[in-house]
Design a protein around this ligand. Sequence first.
Ligand code: SAM
Length: 463
Amino acid sequence: MTLSTASLQCQQGPHPLRALVETILFGIETLEAVHSSHGIPYPSLDDPNQSMTALDGDEAVENATQLIVTAAAQLIATARKPIDTVQNYALGMYLTTSLGFAVEANVADILKGAGPQGLHTKEISAINGVDAVGMTRVLRHLAAHHVFKEVTPNVFANNQVSSLLAKVKSLEEIQADPSSQFEGAGRVAWIAHAADVSLKSSTALSTFVIDPKGNNAPFNIAMNETCTVWEWFKRPENSMRRTRFTEAMNGAAAHYPPELYINAVDWSGLENNDVVVDIGGGVGNVTWILAQSFPHLHYIVQDMEKVIPESKKFWSATSPEHISTGRIQIQAYDFFTPQPVKAAAVYFMRYIVHDWPDALVLKILKNIRDAAGPSSKLVLFDIVLPNACRTKISTGSTQKSASVEILPLGIQWATSLDMQMLNLFNAQERTLEEFIALGRAANWEFENLKPAKPLSAIVFSAA
Ligand SMILES: C[S@@+](CC[C@H](N)C(=O)[O-])C[C@H]1O[C@@H](n2cnc3c(N)ncnc32)[C@H](O)[C@@H]1O
């Protein structure tokens, strides 16, 4: 560096990347401290068996991880040439479709048994019958984004990320009965859903946003359909898509900390056999978590008629005793019709309100309000959407402190889901103010917010 450039830098203050690096370092030091205090090594990206550790869900680890990821994304956006950033983003669909391919061609399932040395794509091809040349290119694109590892040229192994694409069933079971391939594999089901229904619908997102009038959602324009996704799922030709989506929702519950639900209201303070209604509950996996911790309550899981057989299957596999004792009741119910369960202690909905536009949410909330008793509560488990304004955060000790303006932690996931809701349902994630206003319009009084990641509990009482 010449003297003149050095003095120019001094005049301009610290390099803009430095504060971000210090912030990342602060997060790393937190992770190091937590991992070493628990005697757990930090998981290696290359290790397919370490996608979860005992520290998953630990608050300090979650916060430090979010801090590192948010600051690192800003570091990349600041350091990378802007043209490279937009060009990379513009081709983002190839990641979605490549993930979809890997699931459809059972690549992670095939590599599960191969260990760290992996398999040549010709060997993978001999098992799944997929053309090796095209497969190599798609797997290389994924490996370039840390999904799979290209161990030596054309030889791929699972890593921590790609191992999440493997289903629960064995390859033989998947090949023998593809229609049940997603059973128990909710996260894989979710990826396949995203690479199919979401990706196809997203081609009409811009058209819809420019002129939304007369269309239900980008899904309707892209698929040339007038019905909702839920109605579309009911058709016999879409039964695989419907069961896959139901599995995807099961998978979502499995990886969220149970405290999200357990801390939402004072469940243990409710009387024996007080009724708790899980509206649009899918198979009822949030209810399942609550029923383990609060067996003194009576639960009713409501969903559309078509979902009931899947729900019965879920309960007979997980806790048949709850059904035989009547502790849990499964009920076919359309939430646009009057709520049949009157004066329940708690009505709750997870990932329902975000599926619908305001006018229809209002109908759902009013139906519940009409059935509610004076002490009924309504709990909405949903994302509370932040805006994308940066806020200043300070990290570190006095020797190594950093002050930097970064985006709200976790915002990229929140806005991605907001896009997903717009894309499929013309619905949305909402800010707290928007939730409160909707509740008020349906005569529900906002009581409190239990903020948590990735879902918060928004609690209302019958006004
Ligand atoms: C995003 S999923 C959420 C499922 C569940 N609450 C969970 O978090 O796992 C939306 C659910 O709403 C259900 N649903 C859609 N329309 C409905 C209606 N009109 N009445 C009742 N349930 C409905 C779907 O079948 C689906 O199970």
